[in-house]
Design a protein around this ligand. Structure first.
Ligand code: SF4
Length: 194
């Protein structure tokens, strides 16, 4: 059974001045599968993370949604938070209600709040469908294949080779150069192009 926890961040007044965070949490609490929903001033702070850990333990949450800022900023933070109390980090989802609601609809609280509810609903729907994953490290072959040995392909091959990587340059024609070989001379040096 899915037991989802939803955590709505104020980001001080960054989010809370434009989004009715208490309403978002109250609406989220009514959705099927959501067994806990709350709001907090600074969710990424130590007390904010502790609140999430405590709720996971107390409410036996097996999915967590945080509605706050861009995942670029704090997705790794919250993944570590949930992992620290035994939840697979890929069972965590994030909704960006700061950049995508509060900041872009700062003068429309009703609209920003409605959009925040939609974004959180989508994150909850995604969390419901998430399953535990494990990160894998796969070795990369550090060699480049360039298809097309025209002037762009040749330059790319040179640049990559200058960076220290082996390059394989392919062309359908028996000679390299592409359209360059059709030219007589090149400006401004009047060098032969072939
Ligand atoms: S989690 Fe993001 S939105 Fe919330 S307080 Fe931290 S920086 Fe602000």
């Amino acid at each position: 059974m899915k037991r989802i926890g939803v955590f709505i961040c104020h980001c001080g007044t960054n989010i809370a001045s434009a989004v009715d965070v208490k309403k978002v949490a109250a609406v989220a609490a009514t959705w099927a599968g959501v067994v806990f929903a709350t709001d907090y001033q600074y969710m990424c702070s130590d007390p904010g993370q502790e609140l999430i850990r405590k709720a996971i333990k107390e409410h036996r949450l097996n999915r967590v949604v945080v509605a706050s800022c861009t995942p670029r900023l704090h997705e790794p933070t919250f993944r570590k938070t949930v992992e620290s109390v035994g939840l697979n980090p890929y069972l965590f989802e994030m909704a960006n209600i700061r950049e995508q609601c509060a900041w872009v609809h700062a003068k429309d609280k009703e609209g920003a709040t409605a959009k925040a509810i939609d974004l959180v609903r989508m994150a909850v729907a995604k969390a419901e469908r998430n399953f535990a994953l494990s990160a894998a490290k796969i070795p990369v072959t550090k060699r480049a294949l360039i298809i097309g040995a025209g002037i762009a392909g040749m330059q790319a091959a040179l640049d990559i080779a200058d960076s220290g990587y082996e390059v394989v340059l392919l062309d359908r024609e028996p000679t390299i150069g592409g359209n360059m070989v059709k030219l007589d001379k090149t400006f401004p040096t009047l060098d032969c192009s072939a």
